[in-house]
Design a protein around this ligand. Structure first.
Ligand SMILES: [Mn+2]
Length: 369
């Protein structure tokens, strides 16, 4: 993992820092927490990674002695004791450990560092000011190595298998929660570490909720059912959405589905190195708008996936980013009509040397169950 830590160090000059501080604190629920795993391999729930100009230190607690020894590459493991909070404990260790020297400014990620950590660190190191950075590690991590693409491919294969195995279970009378439970169970049964996120199973009018959590609602004949599911394999995520109809689709359902499918396919086909993230969003949005449903496509086109399910680059209309070889992004347009229902179709697409490769093999025609 040293090459990743070095990639971050190479950004120090432009960031105006001499060190970098990353944390994952077990006393808070922390969604964005994979930077530490990305940089040094550690997956435990409580850690601080300090990268200086020459050294790197991974601080964790006594529960992780063996795990840290096995996992951590490119950083010196230090087992630290308690404090009044996880942040306080780590800062005490940084301050008192003789091996650690912090000189100069210290970069941190604004979306990741807690206020508690910021305050404790600032009080302990008045001459090493913290400097805000935004998504620096995320941007490095957005360009995948071959092994990362292979892991993503495996996660996508498992999710494809789960989706196809579920089709015979989606029928009138079954609750959304029953389907959701099967998604979680089968992801693990088919070889995943677990879900990448809580499965979305939304039927009937609830399919108009882009992030409708599964409920006790029973699925009925004639309804759309949107499944947005993903898993983790070797640390890497899949994220796929399919919308099916239980029974025969109505003319209106077919019409809306066809518009979303057209937008999805054309945007996915336009994925290539150099493609503007905003241009891809606009391409899909124009198709939906020209069909008269622009007001019902209420979110952005997609996002990067990797160790985290929502990462860089993000495909939205004001993005300045361009895709580069090695990115893996979702393409997921949708139409959501509150008194009718909704459709979303989502694939994971790898940016290759000369185009894009859609990883998902699940069918995209309108499936009538
Ligand atoms: Mn997604």
């Amino acid at each position: 993992m040293l090459h990743r830590i070095d990639a971050l160090r190479r950004k120090f000059r432009s960031l105006g820092v001499a060190n970098f501080l990353l944390t994952k604190l077990s006393d808070i629920h922390h969604e964005g927490s994979s930077s530490i795993r990305y940089l040094c391999g550690f997956t435990g729930s409580n850690a601080t990674l300090l990268i200086t100009g020459k050294d790197a230190f991974l601080l964790t607690d006594g529960r992780y002695v063996t795990q840290a020894k096995e996992q951590v590459k490119g950083a010196t493991v230090i087992i630290s004791g308690g404090g009044s909070s996880a942040a306080d404990g780590f800062v005490r260790e940084l301050k008192t450990n003789k091996a650690i020297k912090i000189r100069g400014r210290v970069g941190f990620e604004i979306a990741r560092l807690t206020y508690d950590m910021h305050r404790s660190f600032t009080a302990a190191f008045p001459s090493a000011p913290l400097v805000e950075t935004t998504a620096v590690v995320e941007q490095i991590a957005a360009v995948k190595e071959a092994a990362e693409i292979a892991a993503t491919r495996r996660a996508v294969e498992i999710t494809d298998k789960v989706f196809n195995s579920l089709l015979s279970d989606i029928k009138p009378g079954v609750t959304e929660l029953e389907i959701s439970a099967e998604v979680t169970y089968r992801h693990m049964k088919f070889g995943a570490e677990g879900d990448a996120f809580e499965p979305i199973v939304a039927s009937g009018l609830r399919s108009a909720l882009p992030h409708g959590r599964a409920s006790m609602k029973k699925i009925k004949s004639g309804e759309f059912v949107t499944l947005d599911i993903g898993c983790i394999a070797d640390g890497y995520t899949s994220d796929m959405t399919r919308t099916v109809v239980v029974g025969k689709a109505s003319a209106e359902q077919k019409k809306i589905y066809a518009i979303v499918l057209d937008a999805q396919q054309r945007a996915a086909e336009a994925v290539k190195p150099g493609a503007g993230c905003a241009d891809l969003d606009l391409l899909a949005r124009k198709i939906i708008t020209d069909a008269g449903y622009g007001d019902y496509f209420t979110h952005s086109l997609g996002h990067g996936i990797g160790l985290e399910v929502h990462g860089h680059p993000r495909l939205f209309k004001n993005s300045k980013d361009k895709l580069v070889t090695g990115n893996i992004v979702t393409i997921e347009p949708g139409i959501y009509i509150s008194d009718f229902g909704g459709v979303r179709i989502e694939d994971d697409v790898v940016v290759t040397a000369d185009g894009g490769e859609i990883l998902n093999k699940s069918p995209k025609h309108l499936i009538e169950l």
